[in-house]
Design a protein around this ligand. Structure first.
Ligand code: PSU
Ligand code: MN
Length: 301
């Protein structure tokens, strides 16, 4: 049922480095036409680092690991393409539907295909106002039972970051800062919260992955939290101001469920003159570069 592209299949068979990339960020996280350029650029970044990119999505009911250019174009440009969490995958397959995969669905399909390293922007997590809405991203639960290494710039700053960190602890998901003892804040280099562990090289990350395989029977993920460089972060004061407005607007417009994250990200882009988009892209680019180096260290064994 899972279609693995020839390029990805060959790389896996040969034990070469492969990096999984998600597609919700393309379809629902970035504005057109920039989204397609970014999707192609990120694949190119992985290739230049000596690894094979595997962007993941569902097209016409077929989950695909590794997309051709025309398939990437569909993800970027098709109107009405759905947003699929892992729970949606069987429904999309049976319906013959097309959709972009979130972190949870991407991680599940990547692990099923035998991929171990995955790059994204920011993870989903516990939303502010959780006590009223119970909105916690399915990303967290899936990462608690999937053996994959996710390189991200922390969790999206639109979330309740300390609550999300607490949930990750409760769920038993390992979290390490990359080159920092601060948990990154997606658009911001520092979320204001510490992490307990710091990793400083791709080889060190690969060592942790090997230790997970030896010690952890529960198939949990490893989160490598890689900060956006300070020079490329969103101005923290602007971030605080616009985010407060965005949360109000979300509430006022009655947005809920899957719509919340895309609404907030889009609001920030429009009300920061695109500055949040540049910070988001800087974070994603850095994560993809690091993921390629980690996948290479892992492939070298
Ligand atoms: N990272 C980004 N932009 C995004 C996302 C991540 O830089 O749009 C997506 C991921 O696919 C993540 C999803 O899984 O947002 C979270 O959505 P929700 O809060 O509805 O679970
Ligand atoms: Mn949600």
């Amino acid at each position: 049922m899972l279609v693995v592209s020839e390029e990805v299949r060959e790389a896996l068979d040969a034990g070469r480095a492969v990096v999984a990339l998600e597609s919700t960020i393309i379809a629902h996280g970035l504005p057109r036409p920039r989204n397609l350029q970014v999707a192609l650029e990120l694949e190119d970044t992985v290739r230049r680092a000596g690894a094979v990119p595997a962007t993941i999505a569902v097209l016409d009911g077929r989950p695909r690991v590794g997309l051709a250019k025309d398939q990437l174009e569909r993800v970027a440009n098709e109107d009405g393409i759905r947003k699929l969490g892992h729970r949606d995958l069987p429904l999309a397959v049976a319906a013959g539907a097309s959709g972009a995969t979130t972190v949870s669905a991407t991680a599940q399909l990547a692990a099923l295909a035998g991929l171990r390293v995955f790059a994204t922007g920011g993870l989903g997590g516990v939303h502010r106002e959780w006590t009223a809405t119970q909105d916690e991203s399915a990303d967290l639960g899936l990462l608690a039972r999937t053996r994959i290494t996710v390189v991200c710039a922390g969790v999206k700053s639109i979330l309740d970051v300390p609550a999300t960190l607490q949930r990750l602890e409760t769920l038993g998901v390992a979290v390490a800062g990359y080159g920092t003892d601060r948990f990154p804040g997606f658009y911001l280099s520092d979320s204001g919260h510490p992490v307990d562990w710091t990793l400083r090289s791709p080889e060190q990350v690969a060592d942790v992955m090997r230790a997970q395989d030896a010690l952890d029977a529960a198939d949990t993920a490893l989160i490598v939290a890689n900060p956006v460089p300070e020079a490329e972060q969103l101005d923290p004061a602007l971030h605080a101001r616009v985010l407060a407005d965005a949360l109000h607007a979300c509430d006022a417009e009655g947005i809920s469920g899957q719509g919340v994250t895309p609404f907030l990200l889009d609001y920030l882009v429009r009300h920061t003159d695109g500055a949040s988009l540049e910070a988001n892209l800087a974070a994603v680019r850095g994560n993809v570069r690091l993921a390629a180096r980690i996948a290479s260290a892992w492939a070298r064994g």
